[in-house]
Write a protein that binds this ligand. Structure first.
Ligand code: ADP
Ligand code: MG
Length: 701
């Protein structure tokens, strides 16, 4: 094996060896030369300045001093010992202190020899001290590839304890550069480099690890961030291309009686332009010979259900069956009722399959599915878990996709000759940049327009102290014939406590809203499915005016007459959840309200969340704020995706670069879909290297 190979195991690098190699692997995931080369600093500090001990201030910033250790001693303490060194320069003395790794340090330290030390100082009883300083012999300091901007690499306590400090890592990288004589392969084409005025790969790598100045560092970061986005986008877009050419789908070209009869006789309203556009996109997909894989994003209340139904009718016009999955029984029930209602008077066989479906009914469903008599099957997970066999499944519609594991998506089409078309619907708006990375290989449709005459939900933030006036307001609304939700957080930290909060709240509401004048429903996760359904029905029929609930009601519940949403301890909810909950009201013709209750004590983030909710009802804006507050890794559905393990780029801060990268990748594939052109050979080689690392893709297909 040539040593000049980035796939060489890291243990072969000068200064590493097997022990450190194991540490690098377990602590940082670094296995090869290439991993180390692409292990980037997360910040830089200015090391052009030296401090004198007499100039030290009590401000706890990181400083660098040149001096000598004059004495070293171990101090015994009740809780173990510490190692203390007296450190002096020509202006004074201070102490260096170690609590860990003392044996190793004691052996390594040279007395009365010039050292450069670096770290934060403490001040106690007139004496400065520096715990666990970074130290380097002055002679070494002069030899190293050092610049004013010193890189700081991500680290762990274990690494530091075992002596693999920042300086050690920096030195390893220096050895790596020496090993390769600073010659690393270019990975972009001359064309891309030219167009975006990027610096070369070599210069970028050198300046990311050993920046000569701030300007070059910025250029290096820019080049490497672009490159990171570019190759991810290239893989996603190629994956989409390949899937489109490889995965054939049933071509549904016909629009027949089911669709037309419904459109002309049953459609209760005019479609919005956004709904029409999305339907067109879906028709185009299903009319081609490829399998549709489309994500439909639309805010709560934007009218996704009708789009789903119209899609199903086209599938039926082509002689195929449809499956429609929802994340909960309540929602499956609701979809079933909504669709049954819409299809009234039409000869469509539609059935519901959930965990509560009785064995007898189940048998009928199985039979009708296999014979092809059943047109539409709506249900929960039961659809996949059950031994359901479709005669010919033409489409699988999945509502609120993030509630389903990805692998379940593929189980759906096990029984088909060709895979069914897939339409995934979500009411969780995903910021464009995030969608590009997470779902960059899917086609995306967006319903970005609410049905007409929708009044914006008036949102207010109230403190617990205002509770009485809030109750008064609720009574006024109920007197007008409206219904009210009161929602309690369910954080799962302690189910017992959440449950107690809910019950306390329920009791105080029962006291404030006495029977028989008021009727109150309660709904929470620990109830049996049939009890939940019963309470839902009472509320839906208007027999109860107040629904006290946990977040079970979060997704999709549609009761147009309920016009007030009170969210208790609103500071404990995330933004997307608040937005989802608010979406439960504002579905009818009446003015609706959302009241966010909180205590006075609020974290900065909580303040931003509540303020955002009060100021806007645009789900995409809310999602952007959420992304900024929490970072991409914590957003819905992103956890399983390796795509977000970015090395240097940042989805929020570098959104502009991401867009550029996607555009450049698209332009490249348009001209050279298989990366065969000679001018793209560097890109091809780098792409093939990256594609070997299949973990990136394992979870998103
Ligand atoms: P979501 O996208 O949240 O699933 P729904 O499909 O449940 O939204 O639609 C919300 C409400 O808006 C429903 O009551 C539905 O009948 C109504 N609706 C949908 N599209 C339109 C439209 N174009 N015009 C008027 N009302 C509509
Ligand atoms: Mg819905």
């Amino acid at each position: 094996m040539s040593i000049n190979n980035l796939n060489t195991a890291i243990s072969y690098l000068k200064g590493v060896g097997p022990g450190r190699a194991d540490l690098l692997k377990s602590e940082l995931g670094i296995r090869t030369f290439g991993d180390l080369l692409n292990f980037f600093p997360n910040r830089y500090i200015d090391r052009s300045q030296f401090m004198k001990i007499s100039q030290l201030q009590q401000n706890n910033s990181e400083i660098q001093i040149l001096g000598k250790i004059t004495e070293l001693r171990t101090v015994q303490q009740p809780k173990g010992s510490r190692l203390v060194a007296t450190f002096a320069d020509e202006t004074g003395t201070m102490e260096l202190v170690w609590f860990r790794g003392m044996k190793w340090i004691k052996e390594a330290i040279k007395i009365n020899t010039p050292y450069v030390i670096f770290g934060k100082t403490n001040f106690f009883k007139g004496l400065f001290s520096m715990p666990h300083p970074e130290m380097e012999l002055l002679t070494e300091y002069h030899k190293s590839l050092r610049t004013a901007m010193q890189p700081v690499y991500p680290s762990t306590e274990k690494l530091v304890n075992k002596g693999v400090t920042n300086r050690v890592i920096s030195k390893m990288i220096q050895s790596l550069f020496e090993e390769f004589h600073g010659n690393f392969k270019e990975t972009l084409s001359a064309d891309v480099i030219e167009k975006l005025k990027l610096i070369s790969k070599n210069e970028a790598l050198l300046n990311i690890h050993f920046p000569r100045n701030q300007e070059l560092l910025t250029k290096a970061q820019n080049r490497l961030k672009f490159e990171e986005f570019f190759f991810i986008q290239l893989q996603l877009l190629r994956k989409k291309l390949i899937r489109k050419s490889k995965f054939k789908g049933y071509p549904f070209l016909k629009v027949g009686d089911y669709f037309n009869n419904f459109y002309n006789n049953n459609l209760p309203f005019e479609l919005t332009n956004a709904q029409k556009r999305v339907l067109k996109e879906i028709r185009k997909d299903m009319g081609s010979n490829a399998q549709m894989n489309r994500l439909l994003q639309g805010d709560v209340g934007s009218g996704k259900t009708i789009v789903a139904l119209l899609t199903i009718l086209i599938v039926m016009d082509n002689g195929f069956q449809a499956a429609f999955m929802a994340p909960t029984e309540i929602l499956a029930n609701q979809h079933y009722n909504a669709l049954t209602n819409l299809l009234k008077g039409m000869n469509v066989n539609i059935k519901l399959l959930t965990g509560s479906t009785k064995a007898k009914e189940r048998k009928v469903i199985h039979q009708q599915l296999e014979s092809g008599e059943l047109h539409i099957l709506i249900g929960t997970h039961a659809l996949i878990e059950d031994k359901v066999k479709f005669y010919n499944l033409g489409i699988a519609i999945i509502d609120e996709q993030h509630r389903f594991g990805v692998e379940q998506r593929s189980k759906m089409w096990k029984k088909n000759v060709l895979p069914p078309h897939i339409l995934v619907m979500t009411a969780t708006p995903i910021p464009r940049t995030l969608a590009m990375s997470l779902y960059g290989d899917l086609d995306i449709s967006v319903i970005d327009e609410l049905p007409p005459n929708r009044k914006e939900v008036v949102t207010a933030h109230r403190y617990d102290a205002n509770r009485l006036s809030v109750f008064k307001f609720l009574k006024e609304e109920i007197a007008k014939g409206r219904q009210v939700y009161v929602v309690y957080p369910l954080i799962n930290e302690s189910e017992a406590m959440d449950y107690k909060d809910l019950m306390d709240g329920y009791e105080s509401i029962v006291r404030e809203f006495p029977r028989p004048q008021y009727q109150i429903s309660i709904l929470h996760g620990q109830m049996k499915a049939e009890d939940k359904a019963y309470e839902m029905q009472r509320f839906q029929k208007g027999e109860t005016q107040i629904m006290v609930a946990t977040t079970v009601i979060e997704v999709g519940v549609d009761i147009p007459n309920s016009s007030v949403m009170v969210i208790e301890s609103a500071e404990r909810f995330g933004l997307s959840q608040l937005h989802q909950l608010r979406g439960r009201v504002g579905r009818g013709a009446e003015q609706s309200y959302c009241i966010l209750m909180s205590s006075f004590k609020l974290s900065d983030d909580a303040k931003v969340r509540l303020k955002t909710m009060v100021e806007t009802s645009d789900g995409f804006k809310i999602a952007e704020v959420d992304l900024k507050l929490r970072g991409p890794g914590n957003l819905m559905g992103t956890q399983q995706s390796g795509i977000l393990n970015l090395k240097i780029a940042d989805l929020v801060k570098d959104a502009g670069l991401l867009k550029t990268a996607r555009m450049m990748a698209m332009a490249l594939l348009e001209k050279d879909p298989d990366l065969n052109l000679p001018e793209n050979r560097f890109i091809r080689v780098a792409y093939q290297e990256l594609s070997k690392d299949s973990t990136l893709w394992a979870n998103i297909s």
